[in-house]
Design a protein around this ligand. Structure first.
Ligand SMILES: [Zn+2]
Length: 412
């Protein structure tokens, strides 16, 4: 009897514990919150040819990903896409160059291991990228593959899930701030593959004067390019020459980590860093160099009486424009800033649909760490995978302007 009682008590205790402990969102794979290094699969960088006239494919460039290639028949070629490790969230990134010995049309089949088709294939020609015309796409809902046909010749064409942003793209963007003496960019840490983690500080306020702080984190998840582009527009506006931005910089400084998962981006990962870990589940254990670096850089703010963190934004992309605020009942300082910001963004962008889903603060994600550490409000800001660059630009500019106004009011 006593033993049964003990057993029941233990079971009750376990069930209570498991209902409180965060183990992953509905779309997360098992074990996502175990952020100790995992094994990843090496992607062989190579050029493969198949068919007659020969069709060639290459992944020998930054951001590239395909894992195998073969001819199914004279006109159909299968491209195998695999993740860096599995199980993994379904964000199947791919990027490759294709060409042919002589002019021909070829149909490619994107086939995925451990995932299903998600991103509309895009073709880059010089500096422009456009989605392949929907009339040329054929989705097989049973096998979850995607076929598309394109004309090939000897000039390589780049096909990718989203815009490819290699290290040159990032360094060119960073160097566009070099004329601004209030922008400081420094290497504050290194990834597993020894790529620098960049920190950007935008400040016109001397250290011995009081300032609010806005934290920006971006690109924890490599394929989430629209969110990355949005973060760039935010930073460009915040450092810009508008009267609003100048006023903002009199009261606030900005600390940004615009590209956190450098290894994942350069190696064409679906989600994880070079140790096979979802960085946005590592904000409690800090097992990974990327999250550790941000933590180490931001923690000194706690002991700096001249700096107060007001807000944090973590940029992502998904299949819709969606805000994940900290739920209204959680008291943050300032309180419910996100809940006041969203209606302004919605009213200023009536042509763009937005959703909002509030969460409690128990998951080990960047936004919750900002709240738990500084007591500040914070948001996960997700841009639709398919939002075009014009709309990203429009939404981001209006959003960052209304945020500056809100924060300035807050700081009066
Ligand atoms: Zn994400």
């Amino acid at each position: 009897m006593n033993r049964l009682f003990l057993l029941l008590s233990v079971l009750l205790l376990l069930s209570c514990k498991s209902s409180e402990e965060f183990t992953g969102f509905s779309y997360d794979p098992e074990d996502v919150t175990n952020t100790v290094d995992k094994e990843i699969n090496f992607q062989y960088r190579r050029v493969i040819g198949a068919g007659n006239p020969t069709v060639w494919i290459s992944n020998k460039f930054e951001g590239a990903r395909f894992n195998d290639f073969y001819a199914i028949n004279d006109t159909l070629f299968e491209i195998l896409i695999e993740p860096e490790n599995a199980p993994i969230n379904n964000s199947p990134w791919y990027a490759f160059k294709v060409w042919s010995d002589s002019a021909r049309t070829a149909t490619f089949r994107l086939n995925y291991n451990n995932g299903r088709h998600r991103y509309v294939p895009k073709i880059s020609i010089e500096d422009t990228i456009r989605a392949i015309d929907s009339s040329k796409l054929r989705y097989d809902s049973v096998n979850q593959t995607m076929d598309f046909s394109i004309k090939l010749d000897q000039e390589p064409k780049t096909i990718s899930a989203q815009l490819i942003t290699d290290s040159e793209y990032y360094s060119e963007w960073l160097s566009s701030f070099s004329g601004l003496d209030f922008v400081t960019i420094s290497d504050v840490g290194f990834t597993h593959r020894d790529n620098p983690i960049k920190k950007m500080v935008v400040s016109e306020i001397p250290n011995n004067e009081e300032a609010g702080v806005l934290i920006i984190i971006g690109r924890q998840h490599p394929p989430e390019v629209p969110g990355y582009l949005a973060s760039q527009i935010f930073i460009e506006e915040l450092t810009g020459s508008s009267e609003l931005a100048k006023e903002f910089r009199k009261k606030f400084e900005i600390i940004a980590f615009p590209l956190l998962n450098v290894d994942g981006v350069l190696n064409g990962h679906w989600r994880h860093n070079a140790a096979g870990i979802d960085l946005n589940r590592d904000w409690e254990n800090f097992n990974q160099p990327e999250t550790q670096t941000v933590k180490n850089e931001l923690l000194p703010l706690l002991n700096n009486s001249n700096r107060t963190v007001y807000y944090g934004i973590d940029f992502h992309s998904t299949n819709e424009n969606i805000f994940y605020p900290i739920e209204e009942s959680v008291k943050t300082v300032p309180d419910n800033l996100t809940q006041r910001w969203i209606p302004i963004i919605e009213s200023e962008n009536p042509n763009v649909p937005f959703n909002t889903e509030e969460f409690d603060t128990n998951s080990p994600i960047a936004k919750n760490w900002i709240y738990k550490t500084f007591g500040a409000d914070a948001v996960t800001f997700e841009i639709d995978d398919n939002l075009d660059s014009k709309a990203i630009n429009q939404v981001s500019k209006s959003a960052v302007r209304s945020l500056m106004k809100l924060l300035l009011e807050e700081k009066k």
